[in-house]
Design a protein around this ligand. Sequence first.
Ligand SMILES: Nc1ncnc2c1ncn2[C@@H]1O[C@H](COP(=O)(O)OP(=O)(O)OP(=O)(O)O)[C@@H](O)[C@H]1O
Ligand SMILES: [Mg+2]
Length: 393
Amino acid sequence: MDTGAADNLRRRTRSSRARRGAATGARAVLRAVSVGNTEDTDHDMEGAVGLCKLRVTAPRYSLLREVGRGAYGVVYEAVARRSGARVAVKKLRCDAPEKVELALQEFWALASLEKRHENVVQLEECVLQRNRVAQRMSHGNKRSKQYLRLVETSLKGERVLGPPEEPCYLWFVMEFCEGGDLNQFILSRRPDPNTNNSFMLQLTSAVAFLHENNIVHRDLKPDNILISERSGSPILKVADFGLSKVCAGFGNASEGKVGEEKNTNINKFWLSSACGSDFYMAPEVWEGHYTAKADIFALGIIIWAMLERITFIDAESKRELLGTYVRHGADIVPVGEALLDNPKMVLNIPQKRRSCMSDGVRKLLHDMLAFNPQDRPDAIQLRARMDQVMCAA
Ligand SMILES: Nc1ncnc2c1ncn2[C@@H]1O[C@H](COP(=O)(O)OP(=O)(O)OP(=O)(O)O)[C@@H](O)[C@H]1O
Ligand SMILES: [Mg+2]
């Protein structure tokens, strides 16, 4: 562990997320709200309150406790009343354009996935709620005035959601990951090469699946990788799609420009919103012109930190987090930022003298963390190379 330089940490957060809001009284909310027993409906939920009231009589989930709180959302452990299954419920208050944008991005990404992947958190359903009326969201529900208002709010960047005293919420019902996040899991156990190998394969498989489905995650970091231990061995789940981008149907285009082609080459789809968490951000993300290869860089940082247990203390949360960095005197600098200053810099992989990192993994990490995104493997190549490296080990 190397945390000595934490206080001198040079942070330039270029996250699109706003600062954490004031904490709300979670317990009071738990009792008051249950997600209603709603079905997809063709009716305008606002104009058909009587009808909807009938539909929201039987709550489907009981909220048990708060398990996490992010920049915009609160996450609860809950139980589905009918099946008794444990689920996670993330509640996002949609009262400002930037919050609506995050909520919709998360919804669009998770709802666009037609197949399940073991290493991507599963969305069971998404419910839009206002006052006591709840409506199950389906992808592009154009008949719902409330959904269209959300989209308009996000696109225009101004509030078109009705009176502030009647806030609207999006509830994401997901599979519950009881094993905490990757930081907690790795740092609370002794190093285990088998677990490391399995996690490398799981992570590359998840990112390949997302990219095959035209989703760039844009905020891959150990906090957003959750663990499920239901099956006995730990299964990683990539979560938190609030910053993700669905690049489908735009061809080899740029963010916001609609082209003709249907088959997207996600590695040629240019994105421009500089977002993410600085320690995991690729050099080109710092400059605001990047593609899906930014996810490959973030994954390189995560895997390198996991294998060598390289950590820093997050200045805001004071938590110890897995992440690699470069030392500049007494400062520690995110690798992507340091590479931007000096593209020829050779990364010191492995960093620790007594490392048992194989040559194959070392070479793969160097490639994943290449300054030039074109020198990095894409997610499909990465999955194939990771399989080879693991077989050779
Ligand atoms: N499916 C889940 N199962 C168990 N816990 C979860 C689940 N989803 C989220 N959490 C917990 O809630 C926390 C916040 O969730 P998430 O990262 O999705 O929200 P966020 O508001 O986008 O957070 P941030 O902005 O801090 O990244 C997670 O770090 C985790 O502790
Ligand atoms: Mg998160």
